[in-house]
Design a protein around this ligand. Structure first.
Ligand SMILES: [Zn+2]
Length: 287
């Protein structure tokens, strides 16, 4: 329980850090190409959210947790030789280098030096094809998941299997995208607009990964300048209906707002049913 509290506290601290370090407009503009590039990636939303957090150095790495006095040290648990920030644990660590070196598709970014994961992600997005950028993101996400499982002493796949496994997951995702096997949620697409000053907009989405019989919830919080101040993604068991995935995502929005102590919010999602239910408290609770 203590660990859960710590990680939650760390997340709140990291979110608060993002919130209080109000970026200037120029910084905000500077982030746009990276954000747009990540958002266009043909990868699951949870991987996009991961990429954005990694690029903004807001993952709960040991360095970040140490900086916020959650952990007593900042040393990478895999190599035990360097402080663990995002670029180290996902790219530079000797224990993960072999993953990237195992496939020549990543030889271009490996030939350069990057100071941060944000720099690396920007280079991959601008210098490689959309397919390579998508696989890069999938592999980076897999490295992070594997690192977390190792820390929790859970079963993990062999390190040499990482790229093949990421390829398989990506192919499954693309297959589902191209051939939906169940009716899609009734969606109301419209251009995103920032909230008015003092209000935060929570955009949520649910995604189904039928091949792995799992679902994902994603929430992105933005301020009146359109800057992302927090984001989360969560993997859950596949519920019985698509609408229920969206409804669970909406419920996660409410909890997330409470965790971030944000009272004035606008909630925006794609599911017409869920948004209608949120706007109408008398809506049939069984739907
Ligand atoms: Zn290391």
């Amino acid at each position: 329980m203590g660990a859960i509290r710590s990680i939650k506290s760390a997340y709140q601290l990291l979110s608060a850090k993002n919130r209080t370090s109000q970026p200037s407009l120029s910084n905000s503009e500077g982030c746009k190409p990276l954000w747009n590039g990540i958002w266009k990636l043909k990868v699951p939303n949870k991987v996009k959210h991961f990429m954005w957090r990694a690029a903004n150095d807001s993952l709960p790495t040991k360095l970040n947790l140490f900086t916020h006095h959650i952990l007593p040290d900042n040393v990478c648990s895999l190599c035990e030789a360097h402080p663990e920030d995002a670029i180290h644990c996902l790219w530079l660590c000797d224990m993960v280098k072999c993953i990237w070196l195992s496939d020549p598709i990543f030889s271009l970014p490996r030939s350069k030096h990057f100071r941060s994961f944000g720099d690396l992600a920007s280079a991959v997005l601008s210098d490689t094809s959309p397919t390579i950028a998508a696989l890069f993101s999938m592999v980076a996400w897999s490295i992070w998941i594997r690192r977390n499982r190792l820390r929790e002493r859970q079963h993990v796949w062999e390190v040499g299997e990482t790229v093949r496994r990421a390829r398989d997951l990506l192919q499954e995702f693309w297959d589902v995208q191209e051939c939906p096997t169940r009716p899609l949620v009734q969606r109301t697409r419209q251009k995103w607009a920032p909230p008015v000053a003092g209000i935060y907009k929570f955009n949520f989405d649910g995604a189904i990964f039928e091949s792995s019989v799992r679902a994902g919830l994603g929430v992105v919080v933005r301020d009146a300048k359109g800057m992302i101040i927090a984001a989360l993604s969560q993997n859950i068991q596949l519920p019985i209906s698509v609408d229920l995935v969206e409804a669970l995502a909406a419920r996660r929005v409410i909890l997330f707002a409470q965790e971030l102590s944000i009272a004035h919010v606008v909630v925006e999602g794609d599911s017409l049913k869920v948004i209608t239910a949120l706007n109408n408290p008398k809506h049939n609770r069984t739907q």
